[in-house]
Design a protein around this ligand. Sequence first.
Ligand SMILES: Nc1nc2c(ncn2[C@@H]2O[C@H](COP(=O)(O)OP(=O)(O)O)[C@@H](O)[C@H]2O)c(=O)[nH]1
Ligand SMILES: [Mg+2]
Length: 311
Amino acid sequence: MGLLDRLKKRLGKTREAISDNLSGLFRGGRKIDQDLLNELEELLYTSDLGPVADELTSELARLHKRGELKGEEDVRASLRQTLLAQLNAGAPESETFRGSPTVILIVGVNGSGKTTSIAKLAHRFQTQGKTVLLGAADTFRAAAADQLEIWAQRNGVDIVRQKQDGADPAAIAFDSVQAAQARGVDVLLIDTAGRLHTQSNLMAELAKVRRVIQKQMPDAPHETWLVLDGTNGQNAVQQAKQFTAAVEVTGLIVAKLDGTARGGAVFAIQGALGLPVKYVGTGETLEDLEAFNPEAFVDAIVTRATGSATA
Ligand SMILES: Nc1nc2c(ncn2[C@@H]2O[C@H](COP(=O)(O)OP(=O)(O)O)[C@@H](O)[C@H]2O)c(=O)[nH]1
Ligand SMILES: [Mg+2]
């Protein structure tokens, strides 16, 4: 199955909210008039597209005025074009791997999908022929390192961890960078905690983890990816801003897009943070991670269902 088909399937709820509802508006061969445009506007505003809904709506109104909006396909084409213009493809994945090892720090609130995303990334990078090491710097609960270790075993990768609760995350980050260098692995993925007593503690801890990594390897971390829970829709933006204020985030992973109709929020999230979406999480297995592809993402949620059976 190609990327577009996988996304259509996995993003089914968001696709329903946008594409299927759009088909619904045109059912019975309705013509485009002000009533229909109003309903369309409502559909866009309720799809968690945020400020992007404004742009989509005014572009549709502009085309309508000029007589260039003849039917459903024109509407879809306009949505597609305006949505695509919102997305920043970012650097190609191959440019991620510029260190030896390439150190990738994964941050985000508790429960957002960090550990699962790390497991998926490890799997993905291994499939590309890279050697991977995991660093379990979420020491807030021992269970967090246990969870990472289970994934590590499933992937057949090594993990650097400590057994007791409350170990110093910066120390583990440091050890894992040293180990990754000594073993000559290609990629080190470092998991971090997303919950401390206060937000300022968390941010201070992340800053310290970063400093300590740099002490061992001055150009690391090469990437710091913020994992956001896609089911939060646009609410993820506020949370994300706390992280981007504290650590230098280089990219986003939007997890759990399979479980939500709020996937349209990806546009608002990217717009508000000005950071590229690197990957999207589309399920709970190791394969359920896609490198973010703007065209495929937009097509998966706005193109008309073609249906394989025609007769
Ligand atoms: N459906 C779905 N569930 C996910 C996805 N990513 C993570 N999860 C689930 O979200 C929950 C929290 O994930 P976890 O990786 O432990 O979050 P962490 O606390 O940030 O490390 C777990 O139950 C995961 O299985 C995803 O892309 N799709
Ligand atoms: Mg975790």
